[in-house]
Design a protein around this ligand. Structure first.
Ligand SMILES: Cc1cc2nc3c(=O)[nH]c(=O)nc-3n(C[C@H](O)[C@H](O)[C@H](O)COP(=O)(O)O)c2cc1C
Length: 367
């Protein structure tokens, strides 16, 4: 059977571990040597994703301290595979005892049982747990630093929770200071009052023992023009293949996305013009990508995240052992809304993919 937890062409990312095993981690191979890394920044990115900060996220608290087992010496990459270990310190496996045979609707318990014949670790969702995204955050934080040293800024925000919306990114002129601010925040939004409204929607879902989904919008500025390629090696397919690996992501749109289906060509085409010798476009419905190749305009994409499947309302399920229908009560600690915590994860995934694309383009001059 083929491996499913590895990704990349030049950067090879491999994620390992299970939610309630001793540790989870990532191996990142193919990084340039001699790149200075700020360890505090990597921890800060992981802290944005870590659970247990407030009532909008799962009460499971994890220190999420990354330990670098190889690939870093004196805070510089060595060029050897970089191995990041994160210990699991706060597990309550008894909460998951019933899920081996009575799968959670909307989660991976049933399909994992089919695929692995019941040998998979169901505790805390095992290898399917959202906790595995801590590894992606750590690996992405490393790649993001390399990109930042080349003037590439990545930032995202919670665009919506349920039907409560933040303001969208401006499509042509996105200040890197805005992206830098968002990429440090725990509940990143552009319009300050959006957070209060969204938190109220999340709290309402939590009180109803339910959950709520939403969208994340990511923008990238400073990424060079002319990177990518047609067909399967294009920027959209490369980004999508890692972004769809984030658990609970159910949709991705680039630029105007599904709105293009309603537009005329004259409305959707982004007119070109020269500004100070640089080719720009007046609008950016393309999200900075044409023919799978970057135009030099900001990259813009959005992810749709489903409502957390583990809800404490009683649900209809089945018992795989007795082959009968059975009601299920989910125990354990779960986010009523994973959207805010998915923002740093999506930024991290984008950083890994964009560094991989840069290296594919042979752009190693200053790497
Ligand atoms: C940051 C993050 C945290 C998550 N936390 C939970 C959680 O607490 N409970 C849960 O049921 N699902 C959680 N998920 C989603 C599940 O891992 C995911 O729905 C499940 O693996 C099934 O995969 P699918 O939704 O992609 O089909 C989380 C996802 C992310 C990205």
């Amino acid at each position: 059977m083929s491996a499913t937890s590895s990704w990349g062409t030049n950067i090879k990312l491999s994620i390992f571990g299970e939610s309630h095993g001793p540790a989870i981690g990532a191996v990142l191979d193919g990084l340039p040597a001699g790149v200075p890394l700020c360890m505090e920044d990597i921890e800060a990115q992981m802290a944005r994703r870590a659970p247990g900060r407030d009532k909008s996220s799962t009460p499971r608290k994890e220190a999420d301290t990354p330990r670098f087992a190889s690939g870093v010496l004196d805070n510089h990459t060595t060029g050897a595979p970089l191995c990041i270990l994160i210990e699991n310190t706060n597990t309550r496996s008894q909460d998951y005892a019933n899920l081996a045979l009575v799968p959670r609707p909307g989660h991976a318990d049933y399909t994992a049982f089919l695929r692995y014949g019941g040998h998979n670790d169901v505790r805390g969702g095992g290898h399917f747990s959202g906790r595995l995204t801590a590894c992606l955050c750590a690996a992405g934080a490393v790649c993001r630093q390399i990109l930042l040293q080349r003037g590439v800024h990545i930032g995202g925000h919670v665009l919506s929770v349920g039907s409560s919306f933040d303001e969208a990114f401006p499509e042509v002129e996105i200040p890197s200071s805005l992206l830098d601010r968002l990429s440090r925040e725990y509940f990143p939004v552009i319009r300050p009052d959006a957070e209060t409204q969204m938190r109220a929607v999340i709290e309402e879902a939590r009180m109803a023992r339910n959950s709520v989904g939403g969208t994340v919008e990511i923008a990238v500025s400073g990424f060079p023009a002319g990177i990518g390629g047609p067909l399967f090696g294009g920027v959209e397919p490369v980004l999508s293949s890692i972004l769809f690996g984030i658990p609970a992501v159910k949709g991705i749109e680039f630029g105007a996305g599904f709105q293009v289906a309603k537009a005329r060509g004259s409305e959707n085409n982004d007119p070109f013009y020269y500004q100070d010798g640089q080719v720009r476009t007046k609008t950016n419905h393309a999200g900075g990508i044409l023919g799978g190749i970057t135009t030099g305009m900001p990259l813009l994409f959005r992810l749709a995240l489903k409502p957390t499947s583990s809800i404490s309302l009683t649900q209809e399920s089945i018992n795989l052992s007795t082959q009968s229908n059975e009601a299920l009560e989910v125990h354990g600690r779960h986010d009523p809304c994973i959207v805010p915590r998915a923002v740093p994860v999506a930024e991290a995934a984008a950083a890994v993919a964009l560094l991989d694309l840069l290296l594919t383009a042979g752009d190693q001059r200053t790497l």
